[in-house]
Design a protein around this ligand. Sequence first.
Ligand code: NAD
Length: 265
Amino acid sequence: MDIKDKVLVVTGGGSGIGETVARELAAKGAKVFIGDINQTAIDKVVADIKAAGGSAAGTTVDVHNEEQVKALFAKAAETFGSVNIVVPCAGIIRDGLMINTDKETGKVRKTMPLADFESVININLTGTFLTLREAAAIMVDNGWEGVLFTISSVNKIGQVGQMNYSATKAAVGMWPKLLSGEFHMKNISGIRVVGIAPGYVGTPMLTGMNQDALAAILKDVHIGRLIEPREIADLMMYVVNNEAIDGTTIEITGGVTFGPRQIAK
Ligand SMILES: NC(=O)c1ccc[n+]([C@@H]2O[C@H](COP(=O)([O-])OP(=O)(O)OC[C@H]3O[C@@H](n4cnc5c(N)ncnc54)[C@H](O)[C@@H]3O)[C@@H](O)[C@H]2O)c1
């Protein structure tokens, strides 16, 4: 599928990976509709894309709010006449152990607050569900073709301290298989579903992470650096152009090993 003149709807498009996907696909000729909880961030990205000669618009949305997600797609369709590429990038982390024990007494001194667990589930999992559901509904009803993405993570395999986050990323990493299977069963052709599972990408999200933990993790990344958001956007453009990629989740990790480096013998 050629990206030119296709309509991209990207949630979390005000920052990080979503922002870069919006800018890069706009530069390739896509019409970009941004949904984010942060209006100031939307305004900046939209203004920059327009200043560079691209087409962009946006609206505030809380991806956990069903009515707002419905409205997001209605507005995108009204503004640009279609919906073709959907990238649900809105996401958060609230890392922590389920129970923290006191070094001296060995007794539990702190537990993961329910709000930290639920907010990650609400935005990363339920928000992605609502985004994909509304996208698929409007695309199927109008016969619009394209690609639905999910944004998983290399931490889908289970990262200690991310009981909430890893659970959401494991789930959305599985969904491309389930959804493309569902579309196949119902003879819905022309809408592919592809997951992207990045390793550690240089975005504001990582500034919210425990920096000691991040430094330790980077020692186990073969390329020895954070992935650039542009490298994620490049992979998405490749996926859009290549119809054979469907019903799967692709890792882009820079070679994360998640273990002690082997000592050469
Ligand atoms: N940065 C990484 O290393 C990395 C790695 C793997 C996966 N991911 C995933 O990529 C996605 C984007 O991450 P990022 O690093 O670009 O993060 P980011 O913090 O830079 O951007 C996230 C965006 O989501 C928006 N947002 C938050 N809550 C929202 C809500 N309820 N409704 C609408 N918008 C909301 C924020 O305002 C922000 O603009 C996330 O799903 C994240 O889990 C990131």
